[in-house]
Design a protein around this ligand. Structure first.
Ligand SMILES: *[C@@H]1O[C@H](CO)[C@@H](O)[C@H](O)[C@H]1NC(C)=O
Ligand SMILES: *[C@@H]1O[C@H](CO)[C@@H](O)[C@H](O)[C@H]1NC(C)=O
Length: 122
C-alpha cells in the first residue's frame, strides 16, 4: 500500500476535526534535513516529546523509512513498540539504495514525516 503525504494530510485534518484532543503527532527532530546515514550503522531517531496529552502515557510508537515522502507499508520498518514518551529510539540503517530523499515516518496516534535526509552505502 502506498500512502502519499497528500492523503496523509487529508486523513490528519479529518482526524483533527473529528476526534479527540489526545491526538499527538510529535515532530521528528533527527535525522535532520541533509543528515547522512550509512547503511548498517546505528543512529538515533529523536522527536519532540514535550507537552504530550495526559492520556498518551505508555503509548508505543513505530518508525518506518519513506522515500520521496512516500510511505510504503511493505517498505523497511526501522523500529516498533518503543515508548513515544522517551523521545528517541536507536535504529540500524537498513540495506537500501543510496538516496537523498529518505525520511523517517513516525507513527503514534497518527503518522508524521521527518525532513529528508541521505542514506549512503557503507
Ligand atoms: C541514542 O540516545 C541515547 C540517549 O541519549 C544515547 O544513550 C545513545 O548513545 C544514543 N545512540 C546513538 C547511536 O546515538
Ligand atoms: C484520560 O482518559 C480517562 C479515561 O478514558 C478520562 O476519564 C480522562 O478524562 C482523560 N483525560 C484527559 C485529559 O483527556
Amino acid at each position: 500500500m502506498k500512502l502519499s503525504i497528500a492523503i496523509l494530510s487529508t486523513a490528519l485534518s479529518l482526524l483533527a476535526t473529528g476526534v479527540s484532543a489526545d491526538l499527538w503527532i510529535p515532530p521528528v527532530i533527527e535525522p535532520h534535513a541533509g543528515a547522512v546515514w550509512v547503511v548498517g550503522q546505528y543512529y538515533n531517531i529523536t522527536w519532540d516529546n514535550a507537552d504530550p496529552p495526559v492520556n498518551i502515557t505508555d503509548q508505543l510508537g513505530h518508525a518506518y523509512l519513506a522515500k520521496g515522502f512516500e510511505y510504503n507499508s511493505d517498505g523497511p520498518q526501522l523500529a516498533s513498540n518503543f515508548p513515544l514518551l522517551q523521545g528517541w529510539v536507536t535504529v540500524q540503517v537498513p540495506n537500501v539504495a543510496n538516496g537523498d530523499d529518505y525520511s523517517v515516518v513516525l507513527f503514534g496516534d497518527s503518522a508524521n514525516f521527518g525532513p529528508e535526509f541521505t542514506i549512503v552505502s557503507a
